[in-house]
Design a protein around this ligand. Structure first.
Ligand SMILES: Nc1nc2c(ncn2[C@@H]2O[C@H](COP(=O)(O)OP(=O)(O)OP(=O)(O)O)[C@@H](O)[C@H]2O)c(=O)[nH]1
Ligand SMILES: [Mg+2]
Length: 426
């Protein structure tokens, strides 16, 4: 039976032969494999003019690969095809290559399942993995049989086992879905408790430096690593607890080009944090040669999440790695108008923090309110989330002049007690 702990990789795999459509995406695949401690022993870039229905790449190309791999010394353990293969394509390609095969989604899922730490992330990843595994069970089951040292063996037995496995996987998927619904309920409560805060979400391509920037912005210690998908769940930290209202920064899961849709679906609740953010800080790795593509991929995912119209601040991070004027220029052209900085430079981070806080200040409004004495709760909320300029006790209620963030003013519904309102000067 395939369980969450069971890897999609063949046992002890280390040397990999990769096939992709171009060098850029193979470079990224190298980094993904590196994250799994796999080594690219050989790679082939082959543009695909026409996708072959049954095998994606042409059978001639796949034959070439099989022969090349057979001639290698030491040999390889696994082929990784840097596209998303349908279950049937995966099975056909594996037959042609005579070695275990994984596609890009399989590799990304494997990374996610190794990096999942919290109960929520583990549940999300296991669900995505089983959804991936279910239609590919026949193919993957082959892997595991081989790993257990069994040959093809008794075919009838194998098929019976396959049926049992399918049923177990389906049942497990149901359980996980139910668990996620429960977790989502807890999330809704947690998010509700933060609804009066101003939220800044750090988003961007994997490895752009989001967690590092969160740490330096908030002086905290979130795991940041030179690994793809180091962060899988959202972490919330106070950015300015003393301001009215308090501002928090939220770290989020990184994006990648051609992110498996099943993963986006199961990470919806984590990504919901982005949808509720008041400001998005889009972090781009300025030192990457793919900075532009990574920026665009992130914009596309934000669009899918219906967050493209939110207010954004784009940051070109890792500026310390840009050493020549040509590199600086290239980064500037890749993402025009972005704030260039290094998450490792305290002064630059301090001014980014000021800029974020200033952004919220410009949304300040001054309200003149008369609150009936029965509205004690609202009065307390205004004291907590606003900046009270004047208080006077009148016969019909408390007169307050209060500076408030426009979003908070809306959430608290102060309009009905207003005698006047001014857009603030900041
Ligand atoms: N030189 C340099 N390295 C940085 C900078 N910011 C982050 N890094 C490094 O880049 C790597 C990735 O950083 P993370 O903060 O984990 O990136 P992330 O965007 O959170 O990545 P995921 O969680 O995987 O999506 C780490 O090795 C960091 O030390 C920077 O400004 N300069
Ligand atoms: Mg991170």
């Amino acid at each position: 039976m395939i369980e969450n702990s069971e890897s999609l990789l063949p046992n002890g795999a280390s040397r990999v032969f990769t096939l992709g459509v171009d060098d850029e995406s193979l470079n990224e695949l190298d980094r993904l494999l590196d994250t799994l401690d796999l080594q690219t022993a050989c790679r082939v870039a082959a543009p695909v003019r026409r996708v072959v229905a049954g095998t994606y790449f042409g059978t001639g190309k796949l034959d070439e690969l099989r022969l090349a791999a057979a001639a290698m010394e030491p040999g390889i353990d696994l082929f990784v095809i840097d596209v998303d293969l349908t279950p049937r394509q995966l099975q056909n390609v594996e037959k042609l290559l005579c070695k275990p095969v994984l596609d890009r989604t399989g590799i990304i899922l494997e990374i996610f399942s190794r990096h999942a730490r919290t109960r929520e992330a583990k549940t999300q990843v296991e669900l995505a993995k089983l959804q991936y595994v279910l239609p590919r069970l026949a193919h993957l089951w082959n892997h595991f049989e081989r790993q257990r040292g069994g040959g093809v063996g008794n075919k009838g037995m194998g098929e019976k086992q396959l049926e049992v496995d399918r049923r177990l996987v389906k049942r497990r998927i149901q359980i996980l879905r139910g668990r996620l619904v429960e977790i989502e309920k807890e999330r809704v409560v947690q998010r509700a408790s933060r609804q009066d805060l101003l939220k800044v979400a750090l988003v961007g391509y994997t490895n752009a430096g989001k967690s590092t920037l969160l740490n330096s912005l908030t002086e905290s210690k979130v795991l940041a690593e030179d690994k793809l998908f180091a962060t899988l769940d959202s972490t919330v930290r106070a950015l300015n607890p003393d301001s009215h209202p308090p501002v928090v920064a939220i770290d989020t899961v990184g994006f990648i080009s051609r992110i498996p849709t099943s993963l986006i679906a199961s990470f919806r609740s984590t990504l919901e944090e982005i949808r509720e953010a008041d400001l998005i800080v889009h972090v781009v790795d300025a030192s990457s040669l793919q900075a532009r593509e990574q920026f665009e991929t992130t914009c596309e995912v934000l669009k899918e999440l219906e967050c493209d119209s939110k207010e954004k601040l784009v940051v070109l991070n890792k500026a310390d790695l840009l050493t020549t004027p040509a590199q600086i220029n290239q980064a500037r052209i890749a993402v025009p108008g972005a704030v260039r900085l290094s998450a490792l430079d305290p002064d630059a981070v301090r001014s980014l923090r000021e800029r974020i806080l200033d952004h919220f200040k410009t949304r300040m409004e001054t309200w003149d309110l008369v609150l009936p004495y029965a509205e004690g709760k609202l009065q307390a909320q205004l004291q907590e989330f606003g900046s009270i300029q004047t208080t006077r006790y009148l016969e019909k209620g408390v007169f307050m002049q209060v500076m408030l963030d426009s979003g908070i003013a809306r959430k608290l519904g102060v309009r009905k007690y207003a005698t006047s309102k001014n857009e603030d000067q900041g």
